[in-house]
Design a binder for this molecule. Structure first.
Ligand code: HMG
Ligand code: MG
Length: 301
């Protein structure tokens, strides 16, 4: 299949990235960071999560963050919601788009959201119903599609089944999560082929972490399958609390550089993305975490 002409990027650094930071990050820093992201041309920004603050303290201020940012018209500000309680908090905060998130691995589901896969689907159904009533769009995420920190390889049938059930429940898009970044390109292709039998490829997104440095290659492989929505994280922020050593999502700057080289439109300004990356890296007291961002900063100086 030919590569897509354009790709939509969902920037997840402010959520998937910052959720793993052990240091307290003031809401004001998150707000400034998201305001910079909003000026890059990104059309989708995951700004937070309405999850248990005991489990993920870093996301406890998501309402404050949403209230504080300058919402640019045309940009979609999205958040994770694990259950009805999270939905109510998101609704009260004024969120218009949410993600429910399950897993294709029983052990990961238990660790991450404290229930089995079947129980998670039972929890998500009323969230989808409530969202529909309030005109809120729901995305579904499936973790561990290219490996689980507890169970290793996950059956393609289970991945396809969970994806199909979320899609049937009303999720307009299914994000396929290589949560611990262990995938490789042919495996990624096979996985997308398996899911695409049940969910149209136009409704799939690739959410790949980069632990083993394979994420760009994996993305290229699934672009060839027709996937045209990519989750990425500025500066490659992030990790996985349940997988020792797992690193962040593929870095947005690296994805932008690759897509530009392939002649694929994103509408995102690379230099502004690097500026946002520099801002957040400085705020966290570390060097910028993307190869393309680092190379650009060296060239600038
Ligand atoms: P639980 O303990 O089973 O929940 O957690 P519960 O319903 O028994 O409630 C226990 C307590 O939590 C109660 O409070 C509830 O009110 C409270 P208490 O009475 O003890 O004071 N509570 C909440 N508080 C605020 N917001 C809520 C909420 N729900 C319950 N929404 C639960 C179940 C799902 C809530 C919990 O396990 C949880 O929050 N998990 C989220 C973990 C998480 O955020 N992980 C990271 C995101 S997933 C990810 O990164 C993967 C992804 O990027 C894709 C990929 O890479 O593959 C998306
Ligand atoms: Mg993730």
């Amino acid at each position: 299949m030919a590569l897509p002409k354009s790709v939509e990027i969902l920037e997840v650094g402010a959520r998937d990235g910052l959720q793993n930071e052990p240091q307290t990050i003031p809401a004001a820093v998150k707000i400034d960071f998201i305001n910079l992201l909003s000026e890059t041309g990104l059309k989708r920004i995951e700004f937070g999560a309405f999850v248990s603050p005991k489990m993920i303290p870093q996301m406890a201020d998501s309402s404050e963050v949403l209230a504080g940012i300058r919402q640019v018209p045309g940009v979609r500000y999205e958040a994770l919601v694990p259950n009805l309680k999270g939905f109510e908090r998101a609704l009260a905060a004024g969120v218009k788009e949410i993600s429910i998130f399950g897993a294709a691995s029983e052990s990961f589901s238990q660790s991450n959201i404290n229930c089995s896969i079947a129980e998670s689907l039972e929890r998500f159904a009323p969230v989808c119903e409530a969202a529909k009533t309030h005109g809120i769009r729901v995305r579904g995420a499936v973790s561990c599609v290219l490996g689980c920190p507890f169970e290793g390889d996950i059956s393609l049938d289970v991945i396809a089944d969970v994806s199909a059930k979320l899609y049937q429940m009303g999720c307009y898009e299914i994000a396929l999560g290589d949560t611990i970044g262990t995938g490789t390109p042919v495996k990624a292709k096979r996985m997308v082929e398996a899911v695409a039998k049940y969910v149209p490829v136009e409704n799939l997104a690739a959410h790949f972490h980069d632990t083993y440095g394979q994420a760009l290659a994996n993305l290229y492989a699934v672009l060839e399958e027709g996937v045209a929505v990519i989750d990425s994280s500025i500066s490659g922020l992030g990790g996985c609390p349940y997988a020792k050593g797992a690193t962040g999502n593929v870095a947005t700057e690296d994805v932008l550089y690759m897509l530009d080289g392939l002649g694929i439109e994103t509408g995102v300004d690379f230099d502004r993305a690097v500026d946002a990356s520099k801002f957040v890296s400085d705020a966290l007291g570390r060097e910028i975490g993307s190869r393309a961002g680092l190379a650009t900063l060296r060239k600038r100086s």
